[in-house]
Design a protein around this ligand. Sequence first.
Ligand code: RNT
Ligand code: ZN
Length: 419
Amino acid sequence: MKQETINRFNEAKKIYASYGVDVDLAIAKFKNIPISLQCWAGDDIKGFENVEGVKNENTVVGNYPYAARNGDELRKDIEMAFSLSPLKHKVQLHSIYAEFQTERSKLTGQDFSKWITWAKKIGIGLDLNGTFFSSKMMDDGLSICSPNKKVREYWIEVGKSTRRCAVEIGKALGQPCYNNFWIPDGLKDITVNRKEFRKRLIDGLDEIYGVPYTKEEEKYAVDVLEGKYFGIGSEYFVCGSHEFYIGYAASHNLGVTIDAGHFREGEDVSDKITAIEPFVKNVMLHVSRSLHWDSDHTVIENDSLNNLMLELKRADLLDKVAIGLDFFDASINRVFEWAIGLRATAKALLYALLEPTELMQKMELERDYSSRLFYIEESNNLPYNDVWNYLLESHNIPGGKEALAALKKYEKDVQSLRK
Ligand code: RNT
Ligand code: ZN
């Protein structure tokens, strides 16, 4: 490690200590908070089912070449992105990333064995998402809310089998596997019987979650439900809205996923965490960056990302709320995208852990709002970059320019050979 980095780090520690912040403790916490990378950004949510002509209910824009074409390429790309991030990592899978040709509604943990073996090898956990889209069984944008009973029955089986997979994956890795369901069902225009659609969603979910996890299984699988307020083709009505899932989760002992891109422009997503968390079993975040709509731009360190991490830190929820990423942009190199998003999340997390929160919360309690604002502003001047650089160097992770060079080299030597 460069002497200059160490000197700067030691200096930073002194400055932070004068604000009541223990930098070593912050770093120790940082190393224990897993961030779950979304595997689907590596191939534009195509997955490995290889069924011709199915519509993907997610909109992925762009045509940058070199997307991963199979599990081995995808895992290699993920490892490359991880090599540039000092975080503790997990990977989020989707049902469609199973590597055997088992029908989606009949998947078992076995179908994810390559992922499990790999996760063990590199020492990470896995999370899962049930894939309720990209299928011949979608009924014009509807899955378990379809009026067609056969369609509903199929998707109920998908839900049930995905839950079983999550337990098996979690068990194999000895840590919880978050099992997230985002169900795109909705209608484009004025819907005159919303109640009936939602009734079908309730009935379907009741079947899927009918058998609760045993105490033992609960250690390995965590059910979360992800709402949304509109999508392309569901501009008027989304069956699984936020209100719906908060109510459903709260009354059925389940968790929710808060995706930062799933709210109206201008809504403060960080404010939702302490409003929801006390009432549901678990909370997961899908960290994303939306521009005007749920555009899933690659996250960068900006106010909304910082505010999410600060909120978790201030509310002491970093151990309780699971953090997953969710962005995909096919107009740039997908490995760059992961690396940028991971590093941005890492920096925001570190920034939050280094905030003189205790001091400011004391001021707030004493109603010294003037000093609180003074220190909120002052926080920006603290030398967190010196801690960041130390963290990178101590993990042998290249800083800015060298990281970019490594990504360029990977594109040239590995990705560009994919035709
Ligand atoms: C879609 C949701 C969902 C997806 C993934 C692929 O709006 O955000 O989480 O991004 O399931
Ligand atoms: Zn999401």
